[in-house]
Design a protein around this ligand. Structure first.
Ligand code: DCP
Ligand code: CA
Length: 697
């Protein structure tokens, strides 16, 4: 870092000047050292990688960064580099349109896992799209680069004073206050002295310089009543030092990893984030305290962090404006009345550029998710297990990177979400403590969860499956000491607990974590809430970005959000039900067993069915339901196998069992409603061996 400029050139030292008073006190200076959120000298930076996925591909392929490149996912574009943006390309154009607009565009498809593969790989975009049903997107290559960038930043900043928060796959916040404080004392040793009369509320002397060198920074214009002729105060000096640090960090990232990024530097996270998007690519924007009002008043408030979604819409509707400038004259009381006390005060402050939220260096991964939407839906346990295998491989490799093998952290639970039409079901199981987590062990647990879904019936066709692990714990000693004696008991308990749990649990929606501003109630958990137009500030939270059109989302296996963040999922609107299938509740028109039996009989009369007699339970059912019935037994066997002590044979009525004369709503209703497990070999032997064998792929 260049600590000589710009102050060394100043001919005046604080002691030789007539005493001039700063707006800031010795107390403020000492709170800067502690990085106190309320300190008026606080300095925060936000760094955001330019066209991140596109840069990852350019760097990986060793391409010339001035050539237009876009990252393709199926037939859409998810990242477009700046040379390609010059051709008017954005995320809304299709690959075909993009190539028309920019014939030399390099389109690189994201890496995918292919059904049955043990590792993701890159392939041609057309091939990937042709095989969309058997492939799933992998964001591993981008996560890897993200980790390297984060590590570079952490290595570069002094370990003892750094505060780095990973905000998403390509964004970080830095609280530079403590480091800036140290540099200020070095450059201005007079600041080290005790305050006059030992009174910390005494003002500091003014900085000994009248002009600051902002190098190549984009400097936001000052507020109307401020002038560049006014001498800088310590907040300007602090922010200038922070901007030097950020420039050095960006240079380091470029020199080491060849990535460019943009940054915003200001007094808080909200302003820093707006700043990093202000001038892209490869630039940094400084918003001095004296420029905040000017900077913000030009903004639509819907661009501000946390105001991009439902809350923003409500405010627009309530006050009939979307500009900060028009909200400013509104008294706080009116905000409180319209929006609740907490939200009203929060809004009042935020449009004035006040945001005390802290940079949180401990943003650890809370959960990991791997998901796939099936178009067309899948119909067999075989196929579902192949996907589970991929999900497990995907999650396991991330667990390894998270230090699970070294017992640094480990997840406590595994969850499986299953969607059929509009209905989503979730199952969860504790991950047995006391022994190391292995890929095989995870696969077994995942299968046990799937087995529960199958046992419940109506597992097929399945439109979406996702597997996640969560509840991470720090420093768990998996197989040490007394724990190892308890393995069996704990494992047994865990597996016992693997019995079906509450069905009513909705799928984990994209949870938005917000600061403690009492506005959480506005951040709903439905997909609906996260639909915003893309581009510009994503304004949702520090942790995830959730904008994408439903159409885009439907083409995604796993959302583009950094799905290591908490609670993410590929959620689907209920309208997403397979249009070719009736909703499950309508599959059999009648609720009454008698009516169901009657309908079955009528149908039987119209169209004689081949009957299958199960060699294991002697149930008779239509041949078309044989596969599902076998899956049911397989699932139950699996469950029994994994449950210690062994349990009595299951009492549950297998799905698709032909209803008795009295009829059963469940059995009777489901027979006709299914019949989609076709195309499977009919001469299968019974028992778990069959299923187990089929699981080898
Ligand atoms: N992303 C995605 N789908 C979206 C938005 C983003 O897959 N709808 C992915 C691709 C991006 C990455 O997330 O490269 C980071 O998102 P950004 O919004 O930061 O966009 P970029 O980094 O691509 O561009 P910018 O230079 O505007 O930050
Ligand atoms: Ca970015």
């Amino acid at each position: 870092m260049d600590s000589s400029q710009p102050f060394a050139s100043s001919p005046v030292s604080p002691t030789t000047r007539l005493p001039r008073r700063s707006k800031y006190t010795y107390k403020h200076l000492s709170t800067l050292a502690q990085g106190a959120p309320a300190c008026p000298l606080r300095v925060i930076a936000h760094i955001d990688l330019d066209a991140f996925y596109a840069q990852c591909e350019t760097v990986r392929l060793g391409l010339d960064p001035t050539k237009p490149l876009a990252v393709q996912q199926w037939q859409g574009l998810i990242a477009i580099n700046y040379p390609a943006r010059a051709f008017g390309l954005n995320r809304h154009v299709t690959v075909a349109e993009a190539k028309e607009k920019c014939p030399e565009l390099i389109c690189q498809h994201v890496a995918t896992w292919k059904e049955g593969d043990v590792k993701w790989s890159y392939s041609d975009g057309d091939e990937a799209f042709r095989e969309i049903a058997s492939r799933k997107v992998s964001l591993d290559p981008y996560r890897l680069q993200s980790r390297k960038i984060l590590a570079t930043i952490k290595e570069f900043l002094p370990a003892d004073v750094q505060k780095v928060e990973k905000a998403s796959i390509d964004e970080v916040f830095l609280d530079l206050s403590a480091q800036v404080h140290g540099i200020m004392l070095e450059r201005y040793p007079d600041l080290k002295g005790p305050p006059p009369y030992d009174d910390p509320s005494e003002p500091l002397p003014r900085p000994p310089t009248t002009a600051l060198d902002w190098a190549a920074d984009a400097l936001v214009d000052l507020d109307k009543e401020q002038s560049e002729e006014d001498d800088p105060d310590w907040d300007d000096v602090a922010i200038l030092i922070a901007s030097e640090i950020v420039r050095d960090v960006r240079r380091e990232i470029f020199e080491k990893l060849h990535f460019t990024c943009s940054a915003g530097i200001s007094k808080n996270k909200m302003l820093a984030k707006l700043g990093s998007a202000h001038k892209k690519p490869n630039s940094q924007t400084v918003i001095r305290n004296r420029a905040v009002q000017h900077f913000l008043s030009n903004f639509k408030f819907t661009k501000i962090r946390n105001l991009g979604g439902k809350l923003g819409d409500e405010i627009v509707a309530a006050f009939n404006t979307d500009t900060v400038a028009e909200l400013l004259p509104i008294p706080i009381e009116q905000f409180k009345k319209t929006l609740s006390d907490d939200t009203g005060s929060w809004l009042y402050n935020i449009i004035r550029g006040e945001d005390n939220s802290e940079v949180n260096p401990r943003t650890q991964i809370k959960s990991m998710l791997s998901a796939k939407s099936f178009r067309p839906s899948i119909n067999t346990l075989d196929v579902a297990c192949k996907w589970l295998r991929i999900f497990v491989a995907d999650i396991y490799s991330r667990l390894v990177e998270e230090g699970v093998l070294e017992n640094k952290r480990r997840p406590k639970t595994m969850n499986l979400h299953h969607r059929q039409g509009a209905q989503t079901r979730s199952k969860s199981v504790p991950i047995p403590m006391g022994r190391a987590i292995t890929e095989e062990g995870m696969f077994e647990l995942a299968k046990s969860l799937l087995a529960q879904v199958v046992v419940d019936g109506r597992a097929w066709p399945c439109a979406n499956l996702s597997l996640s692990v969560g509840g991470f714990e720090e420093g768990v000693q998996g197989n040490k000491g007394i724990g190892s004696f308890l393995v069996r008991g704990d494992d047994a308990k865990a597996l016992q607990n693997a019995q079906p749990k509450a069905e009513a649990t909705p799928p984990p929606a994209k949870r938005r974590r917000v600061d403690d501003s009492g506005i959480a109630k506005f951040f709903g958990t439905t997909r609906e809430d996260s639909r915003e137009s893309s581009g510009g500030d994503f304004g949702v939270s520090d942790y995830e970005k959730t904008q994408e059109s439903p159409q885009q989302a439907d083409l995604r296996d796993e959302s583009w959000i950094d799905e290591e963040a908490d609670g993410q999922d590929v959620n689907h609107p209920s309208s997403d039900a397979d249009p070719l299938l009736p909703p499950p509740s309508a599959q059999f028109a009648s609720d009454s067993p008698e009516e169901a039996a009657l309908q079955l009989a009528l149908q039987d009369a119209r169209e004689p069915l081949d009957v299958y007699t199960c060699p294991r339970c002697s149930a008779q059912l239509p041949l078309v339901d044989q596969a599902e019935h076998e899956d049911f037994h397989f699932a139950q066997d699996l469950q029994n196998e994994q449950t210690t002590p062994p349990r009595a044979p299951p009492q549950t009525v297998p799905p698709s069992t032909k209803p008795s004369a009295a009829g059963s709503a469940r059995g009777g209703g489901s027979v006709r409603g299914r019949g989609r497990g076709r195309g499977r070999p009919s001469a299968m032997s019974s028992g778990p061996e069959r299923g187990q064998k089929r699981l080898h792929f």
